[in-house]
Every structure is written in C-alpha cells, then in structure tokens.
Design a binder for this molecule. Structure first.
Ligand code: HEM
Length: 331
C-alpha cells in the first residue's frame, strides 16, 4: 500500500491533543476511546477505523460564485478548482458488502495543494441522532450491543434521525445519493460578517443505475466505475443558510426547507481509482481543515470528529509505515 504522510496530519494530531481533553458534558470521551470502540476487536491494520471501505475519486469543483458575498474562501469564488475525494461506506470492515451499509459517504478536499484547501466529509443522513460526543459514543456502544431501540427510547432528540431512517430508500448508485455536511459551519466574508450554513451534495443525474450482481461485495463500486466510463458524475453543492431560529451547534435538528438555499457550484467527478493505489488514501478528511472564509460552528461533535480522525489517521499511518519498513514482520 503506497502512503504519504501529509504535513496537514501533524496539525490534526495537535488538534487531537487539544480537543481530547476539552469535550463538554458529563462523561468526557477521548479520541482514543472513540477509535478503540470504532476499530473493534478485529484490527484491520492500515485502514481507516471508520469508513474503512471506499475508493478514490478526482475531478473539479466548478464554483458558481453564488456564495462569494458570504465568504472570502477561494473555493467559493467563481472558477474551477481541482479536488481529490473519496466515496465510502460506514463501518470498520474494508471488505464489507456495499449494499448492506447503513450510511454512504462522499469526502472532498478541494484545492488539495493549496493553503486555501477545503476538506469536507459528508454522509447520507441529514441529521445526527444525538448532539454531543458523549452521547454519540453511547450510540456507537448501543449499536455494538444491539440496544439501539432502548438507546433511541431514552433520547427523544433522535426522532428526526429516526424519521429520516424510516423514509430513506438506499439507491442503486453512489451517484444518486444526497450527501450532507450534517454539522454546521460559518462562512466569513471580507467584512468579517458571519453566516451559519450547512451544505449538501445533490445528484444531477436521472439515471438510477443498475446493479449487475447484487451479491457482489463491491456492487456499488462496480456500478460507479462503469458509470464513470460513460462520462463524469455530477453533484450540485447546495448551501443552506441558517436563520435566527436555527441553532448551528445542534446537528439533531433539520433546518426548514424555507431557509435560503444557494448552489455554490458543481462537483464534477472525472476519475476514480482503488484506494490503496489512490491519492485519497493518505488524506485525513478532517472537517476542521478549513480555508480562510470558513470557520467551525460551536457544535461539539465537530471537535470530537477532528480529534478522532487524527487518532485513526495516526494509527493507520504508523501501521502502513511499519509494513513498509518491516514487510509486516513486526505487526
Ligand atoms: C463524534 C462523531 C464522529 C466520530 C467519532 C467519527 C469518527 C470517524 C473516524 C475515526 C474516521 C476515520 C478517519 C481516518 O482515518 O481518516 C471517520 C471517517 C469519516 N467520517 Fe466520521 N465520525 C463522526 C461523525 C461523522 C459525521 C457527523 C459525519 C458526516 C457529516 C462523518 C463522516 C465521515 C466520513 C465521510 C468519513 C470517511 C472520510 C474518508 O473518506 O476518509 N463522521 N469518522
């Protein structure tokens, strides 16, 4: 497995050290706690501890400039910007069957070679079941212990997530899903004004796709790769603006459809490659790697994510390095 340790990872490790001790709430949970739980008892050396199965994509983000008045970020000024991305499914198993995954994901780093780069990792649900890292940890425990109904019964704030889950119909293609930032962020313009936002990638194709072998572990990956041979796959990147009624720190509550919505541009996916040979594998899609013109909201889940991703990245980078140095002899 080829691997490059990105300089940005060092910053993320610092973030892990800072945020692991600063979670708010009753029982603090560290990045190590999260990653220990997520990796489970069967270690998959060299792989992400969550969203272990995926593949790399690349292409360009064609920015409309519609958000330029809200943010000084280069990616939101009109123009075309390259990206490296990753499409994945949730879970810690790098060979899990695509069609059984409860969550599908799209991660991007736009302008990857620039200090103006923007990283985002988006999932299919539009909201979370719970609003704090501690409760998220308890939810992961409930999933592992098969006690999710009891967990949801004790957490009425999960109702919006449950409603989404009950109405969600998984599609036949990664190209026809909607992927959400879930957590909110701020855009900041040249005058220093802030606007809370969420965003979502919305599919631009009517072609629902066809799974040729539903038993295949890689059914969705195969569908996407053959679709890409016919031409690029496109998504609109839609930003929803918060109003005074919305709480950017609480990812359990959907924002009304009546909020202003602007299309920031189009994500044009042009190429894909297997992850162990692809440029995305070494990237930690930390949601707090933000360019000037973006800032995190006060949502505590965001800090927990940054810390946990850094810990997962640290572990997998070390494992890959050890495999290279020792040929796996010390693993
Ligand atoms: C406290 C809550 C969360 C924790 C602890 C967590 C943990 C993790 C970890 C450890 C990884 C692997 C990182 C790596 O090794 O590169 C990961 C990947 C990922 N997470 Fe989360 N996550 C959380 C919430 C979320 C949310 C809310 C979203 C969606 C908005 C999300 C989307 C993703 C995606 C898309 C990836 C894969 C990125 C890639 O392709 O590399 N996660 N998560």
């Amino acid at each position: 497995m080829r691997y490059v340790i990105f300089a940005a990872a060092a910053g993320a490790v610092v973030a892990a050290a800072i945020y692991a001790v600063s979670f708010s709430g009753r029982a603090p949970v560290s990045a190590q706690d999260f990653v220990n739980l997520q990796q489970g008892s069967r270690l998959q050396a060299g792989f992400r501890r969550a969203h272990a199965k995926g593949f790399c994509i690349s292409g360009e983000f064609q920015s409309s400039g519609a958000l330029a008045a809200y943010s000084s970020a280069q990616v939101l000024q009109s123009g075309s910007y390259p990206f490296i991305g990753r499409i994945s499914i949730a879970g810690n198993n790098p060979s899990a069957p695509d069609l059984k995954a409860p969550v599908r994901s799209l991660a991007l780093t736009i302008l990857p070679d620039s200090p103006q780069q923007w990283r985002t990792a988006m999932n299919t649900p539009p909201v979370l079941a719970v609003a704090t890292p501690e409760k998220f940890y308890q939810q992961l425990l409930a999933i592992q212990n098969s006690t999710v109904p009891e967990f949801f019964a004790a957490h009425p704030e999960a109702q919006n997530f449950i409603n989404w889950r009950n109405s969600y119909q998984p599609s036949q293609s990664f190209a026809t899903e909607r992927y959400h930032s879930i957590n909110a962020f701020y855009l900041i313009n040249a005058q220093g004004q802030q606007q809370a936002v969420r965003w979502a990638a919305l599919p631009l194709t009517d072609d629902v796709g066809q799974i040729t072998d539903a038993e295949a572990t890689d059914a969705l990956q195969q569908e996407f790769l053959s679709r890409l041979q016919q031409g690029p796959v496109r998504f609109d990147l839609q930003f929803t603006l918060a109003t005074a009624n919305d709480n950017p720190a609480d990812a359990t509550i959907p924002w009304p459809d009546t909020n202003p919505q602007l299309i920031a541009g189009t994500i044009v996916i042009e190429q894909a490659s297997l992850q162990d040979a692809g440029a995305c594998n070494a990237i930690n899609f930390d949601p707090l790697v933000l360019p000037a013109g973006f800032a995190p909201s006060d949502d505590p889940i965001l800090r927990a994510r940054a810390a946990a991703y850094a810990e997962s990245h640290r572990r997998r980078a070390r494992e890959v390095l050890m495999q290279q140095v020792t040929g796996g002899a010390n693993e």
